[in-house]
Design a protein around this ligand. Structure first.
Ligand code: PA5
Length: 353
């Protein structure tokens, strides 16, 4: 697979600068915290729920928040990927309306509903209609830099929500966690960048294992579940290829049973188990037993352990490997990782009607 070691060819094929955005992710995370800290927000009385409403690359930050906050926040975080908000949304709800472009119709609809229901709103966007509506309505807007793909902007679309919740007195000051995450990613990019040859580059090796196979990404509830979902989405959007994801322990109660037939197709699956030192001890036992049960049926199984000590660094360390691997997989398929023609076509067709 010489293409993975032809550094110049990879940069040339990447017309939207996905590799550059990946290289700059650590600095994006640092800047994102500052943007959130500068937002014009104030504490809410009797906050009962937090909702993040968005789609695709603008929604995954909501899941990062949901998982991150589950053990730290005494109200639930719900992620809404729809035109319609849940019935419970009302004056005691904080809604983050997130759209990188600011023009995603589902998010515009959910934003309008949040206004009608009297929820408190914070908008994260580069601008678009959402930015305009929020400014006219006097809703706080965190304006994030444009010019990259929405899915390259997870730092901008997630980390400011942590800063806002800190400023509202709901989370502790997380600046030290952000700093750890930034410096971990800065050291990891030296291992994952295109200039590092395939034999010593974990992301390139993963891409090679995924090539002409279906990646199956497994995480664990409460730790790596959102990362598994992220890997799947990144493989879809960057490599234009299918992938599946699921979580322990749930997958032990259904998906694992389905590793008997059809044998020929199962041999096309490549399984990744994303691990975190904080995975529940009983779940950790399940990894080895699960491998024993299905390993011979599939093309391969690999386990990847999160790095870092804070939850933010641990989540992003795994996100970073998957993001790089998905771009390298795009190179192996000979596609440009940036453009998402199918999404653009769908949006344009819907706009006609
Ligand atoms: O990564 C992408 O380009 C998509 O998943 C978009 O994020 C999604 O279509 C929503 O668009 P936006 O992020 O602009 O609201």
């Amino acid at each position: 697979m010489p293409v993975l070691d032809d550094v110049q060819a990879m940069y040339n094929a990447d017309t939207k600068g996905m590799l550059k955005a990946l290289w700059e992710l650590p600095e994006q995370c640092a800047r994102a915290w500052e943007l959130g800290m500068a937002a014009d927000v104030s504490p809410m009385d009797d906050l009962r729920q937090v909702v993040v409403t968005g789609l695709g690359g603008s929604a995954i930050g909501g899941d990062l928040l949901r998982v991150y906050a589950a053990q730290r926040l005494d109200v639930p975080v719900v992620v809404n990927r729809d035109y319609v908000l849940p019935e419970f949304v009302g004056p005691h709800t904080l809604v983050f309306a997130v759209s990188y472009s600011g023009n995603t119709e589902e998010t515009l609809s959910a934003y309008a509903q949040a206004r009608e229901k009297g929820a408190s709103l914070v908008v994260l966007t580069t601008g678009g209609k959402l930015g305009e509506m929020a400014r006219n309505d006097g809703v706080p807007v965190i304006t994030v830099p444009g010019g990259i793909a929405p899915r390259s902007a997870t730092g901008y679309l997630f980390i400011p929500t942590l800063a806002v919740l800190y400023r509202m007195g709901l989370l502790p000051d997380l600046s030290h966690e952000v700093a750890e995450c930034v410096s971990l990613l800065q050291s990891m990019r030296e291992e994952l960048k295109p200039e590092v040859p395939r034999d010593s580059n974990q992301a390139k090796m993963l891409a090679a294992s995924f090539h002409n196979r279906i990646p199956v990404i497994w995480g664990s509830s409460g730790t790596t579940e959102v990362v598994a979902q992220r890997w799947k989405g990144q493989i879809n959007e960057n490599a234009k290829a299918p992938a599946c994801w699921n979580v322990f322990p749930e997958l032990n109660h259904n998906e694992l049973v389905g590793f008997e037939f059809p044998g020929e197709l199962l041999r096309r699956l490549y399984v990744v188990i994303l691990r975190d030192p904080r995975d529940h001890p009983r779940v950790q036992k399940r990894f080895a037993i699960t491998r024993e049960i299905m390993e011979g049926a599939v093309a391969g199984v690999v386990e990847i352990m999160a790095r870092g000590s804070g939850a933010l660094a641990r989540m992003y360390s795994l996100v970073y490997i998957g993001d790089y691997a998905s771009v390298y997989l795009a190179m192996l398929y000979g596609v440009d990782p940036g453009p998402v023609r199918v999404i653009d076509t769908l949006k344009a067709r819907l706009a006609e009607e």
